[in-house]
Design a binder for this molecule. Structure first.
Ligand SMILES: Cc1cc2nc3c(=O)[nH]c(=O)nc-3n(C[C@H](O)[C@H](O)[C@H](O)COP(=O)(O)O)c2cc1C
Length: 198
């Protein structure tokens, strides 16, 4: 059963434009987007994308903003903190090592952590779009633990086989891959087609 609802967590790792691009494509596809943003996530949205105030209309331009609900990251009583809130999956993009460690340890001190833990316990899709380089051993262990618990680890590492010509192309590539993982149809150019002339 599809609910046409996706939960998006935005945390304090570099790559805020990935989150904005994904939310744009999700709302273009008619998906309701429920967002929780950590304090450092808000800072990164400002530092990297000039977003001073996080409102639906600053996160998604145009009519799509009506599909966006922003939840307070300190509000453990928000709908997305409960397993009774039915959705099609959660993606944390970008996901910091800090947030990944908290979820891996089962510690839920913010709404992003709590919504992620609930997604796992309910057997819903949880996509961790992590960004850090290099990866330390603890990051690798946390990734392994989360993968064993059912999460999908999808590092923010766009491919170049589609011959990107701009940053927009790279953002679209990653948004398309994340939408594939969330089961949302799209027509972004992300699919490799083998060509004998290459
Ligand atoms: C400008 C800036 C860039 C950062 N980039 C990353 C990053 O790419 N990956 C990461 O794991 N942490 C990064 N950090 C550190 C996290 O923001 C920090 O660990 C923070 O505690 C994460 O909190 P959160 O998980 O609640 O968002 C960055 C911090 C700043 C200020």
């Amino acid at each position: 059963m599809r609910h046409n609802k996706i939960v998006v967590g935005i945390t304090g790792a570099s790559g805020a434009p990935y989150a904005l691009r994904l939310m744009r494509h999700l709302t273009d596809a008619g998906i309701e987007v429920h967002v929780a943003i950590s304090a450092l996530g808000r800072r990164l949205l400002f530092d990297e994308s000039d977003i001073r105030r996080c409102e639906p209309e600053t996160l998604v331009e145009g009519d799509g903003c009506s599909l966006v609900t922003i939840h307070n990251d300190n509000d453990m009583g928000a709908t997305i903190a409960s397993g009774s809130f039915l959705h099609d999956g959660m993606v944390i993009v970008p996901c910091s090592s800090n947030t990944m460690a908290s979820i891996s340890a089962g510690i839920t001190t913010s709404l992003v952590h709590r919504a992620a833990a609930v997604s796992l316990k309910e057997g819903r899709r949880l996509i961790i779009a992590h960004r850090e380089s290099p990866l330390g051993r603890i990051d690798l262990m946390n990734m392994d633990r989360l993968a064993q618990a059912g999460a999908v680890i999808a590092p923010l590492s766009p491919g170049f086989y589609m011959r990107p010509e701009s940053i927009d192309d790279l953002l679209d590539f990653m948004a398309g891959r994340l939408m594939d993982l969330l089961g949302v149809e799209h027509d972004l150019a992300t699919r490799w087609e083998s060509s004998p002339t290459r």
